[in-house]
Design a protein around this ligand. Structure first.
Ligand SMILES: [Zn+2]
Length: 230
């Protein structure tokens, strides 16, 4: 049977997202489920398997029409061997052969890679980078990352750490402590949580009341800080 679809999975600290995508990159079906990271990786993998099965049923897409599964994971991934080396924000995921587990379950070719790199590939093939041979894709959220494509090739680097923009040190002295253990990283200064932390500090020192007015008692968010800046 012709392979009309592929399955994309995004593993996050809070949610697992799935999309059943046609060969032109159009999303035919999407859904999400809880990661439940605190239950350990076996539990999360069971959730991923159930999410795939449920999504195929709900979307009425026959598994015979699916060409393969691709998974984006927030951490260090050996994409050639299909092994999750470590996910810094989801404890317990150390040397997990995720590609093999999913391949055994569904009998489909399965590839896994770092989430920012697969997002970069997505932009290159179907999004903002379509038609270009050299692109940099920067993602800003809880963390900051980037993916690089040079001459149409995704750059991984010898230690699979190419594009780790979030951990470039930009504040040499008295920088904030970063999740990686260093101080003054881009991520410790400019990520969503870092922006909120700085705004809260501003409020405590009485430097600005605009956030307070805008927040009106609710927690400060990066969106609110951006609104206050305008
Ligand atoms: Zn860092």
């Amino acid at each position: 049977m012709a392979k009309e679809y592929n399955i994309g999975i995004d593993i996050g600290g809070t949610n697992i997202k799935i999309a059943i995508v046609d060969t032109k990159g159009k999303i035919a079906f999407s859904e999400s489920a809880s990661t439940r990271a605190e239950m350990g990786y076996e539990f999360t993998i069971k959730n991923i398997i159930n999410l795939i099965k449920d999504s195929l049923t709900k979307s009425k897409v026959s598994i015979d029409k699916v060409g393969g599964i691709g998974v984006g994971c927030p951490g260090q991934i050996d994409s050639e061997k299909g092994i999750v080396r470590a996910l810094p924000n989801i404890p317990g995921w150390v040397n997990v052969p995720l590609a093999k587990i999913l391949m055994d379950e569904f009998g489909l070719p399965t590839k896994i890679d770092n989430d920012v790199r697969v997002a970069t590939l997505g932009e290159y093939k179907f999004g903002a980078g379509k038609g270009y041979q050299n692109i940099v894709c920067i993602t800003v959220g809880t963390g900051i990352g980037s993916g690089i494509i040079i001459n149409g090739q995704l750059v991984r680097g010898t230690n699979m750490a190419a594009g780790e923009l979030g951990h470039v040190i930009v504040q040499e002295h008295n920088g904030e402590i970063c999740g990686c253990g260093n101080t003054g990283c881009v991520e410790a200064v400019a990520s969503g949580p870092a922006i909120v932390k700085q705004a809260e500090l501003y409020l405590m020192t009485g430097k600005s009341t605009k956030f307070k007015e805008l927040a009106a008692g609710s927690p400060i968010t990066p969106e609110l800080v951006s609104e206050a800046a305008i």
